[in-house]
Design a binder for this molecule. Structure first.
Ligand code: SF4
Length: 273
């Protein structure tokens, strides 16, 4: 069974009682990592078809293998930026550099302050340990920049070779946000401002339209149409990208950037609840 099929058996309330932050994360843990579906007290085990679990090597082994691959990638990206001239890179990446502290770039990442050195990374003054964030940030520097965003927005489906990523973006970003903020457009609007989001260009029919700078030159345009129960419409989210975005990140990292944006918005919403 794949995670989306399993997700249908959860109530999609993202209550966290199973130890996972969302029902989708739990669905991945069950179908890919062999976690026990009974960890969710809200699933009716009698309704689950046979073979619902992945019977995989267990989440711990899956997590460990993934972590080792992530750490190897971090080391590789660090070696790629070892010779980068930070002063020149700052201009190309929308980061700050100063002669007083030449070994670091300073930039904003989802409303947080990052100090990126060639060996270590700090976010809001704390060492950044999550390898996935490190991969995104070092990748951004390794790409070296390109044509800066000019306000021409496109969907994931318009980016080259992106067909397989459209579904991933929907699963890990758009559907999660639509589920969480359905009927709560005001809360989403407020939370977007806390990650440096600004109102998007006028002319959109969306209830919330916010441009969120995940990284200085990787803005994501978040469009949210709220539910309309009387007309039978569920809430919907669409994320748009600047048409030059692939000068700054590869597709994989781009989808991850959108996933991190969703993680951050959900985290801030949990904190506000
Ligand atoms: S306990 Fe069940 S309902 Fe709650 S987040 Fe986990 S899967 Fe979703």
């Amino acid at each position: 069974m794949n995670p989306l099929d399993f997700l249908k058996y959860t109530p999609k309330t993202n209550c966290g009682e199973c130890g996972q932050p969302t029902c989708l994360a739990f669905a991945v843990a069950v179908t890919k990592g062999g976690a026990d579906p009974a960890r969710c007290p809200h699933i009716d085990a009698a309704l689950l078809p046979e073979g619902a679990t992945g019977a995989g090597p267990g989440l711990e082994a899956v997590d460990r293998g993934q972590e080792e691959r992530d750490m190897a990638l971090v080391a590789h990206l660090k070696s790629r930026i070892a010779d980068v001239d930070f002063q020149a890179a700052a201009r190309a990446l929308g980061a700050q550099w100063s002669a007083a502290d030449p070994g670091v770039l300073r930039l904003r990442y989802l409303g947080r302050s990052v100090v990126l050195g060639k060996e270590d990374l700090r976010m809001d003054g704390e060492e950044l340990v999550d390898p996935r964030d490190q991969i995104l940030l070092y990748n951004y520097v390794a790409f070296g920049g390109g044509q800066v965003p000019d306000g021409t927005w496109v969907g994931m489906e318009s980016l080259p070779n992106s067909i397989s990523k459209v579904r991933t973006l929907a699963t890990y970003c758009e559907m999660r946000l639509a589920d969480r903020f359905s009927g709560r457009a005001g809360a989403l609007d407020e939370i977007c401002t806390r990650v440096d989001g600004t109102a998007g260009p006028s002319g959109q029919s969306a209830t919330v339209a916010s441009v969120i700078p995940v990284l200085p030159y990787v803005p994501l345009y978040l469009l949210f149409w709220d539910e309309e129960p009387d007309d039978g419409f569920d809430a919907r989210v669409k994320v748009l990208f600047d048409h030059h975005v692939m000068d700054f990140l590869d597709l994989e990292s781009l989808v991850f950037a959108a996933e991190r944006m969703a993680d951050r918005l959900l985290e801030l919403d949990r904190g506000a609840a």
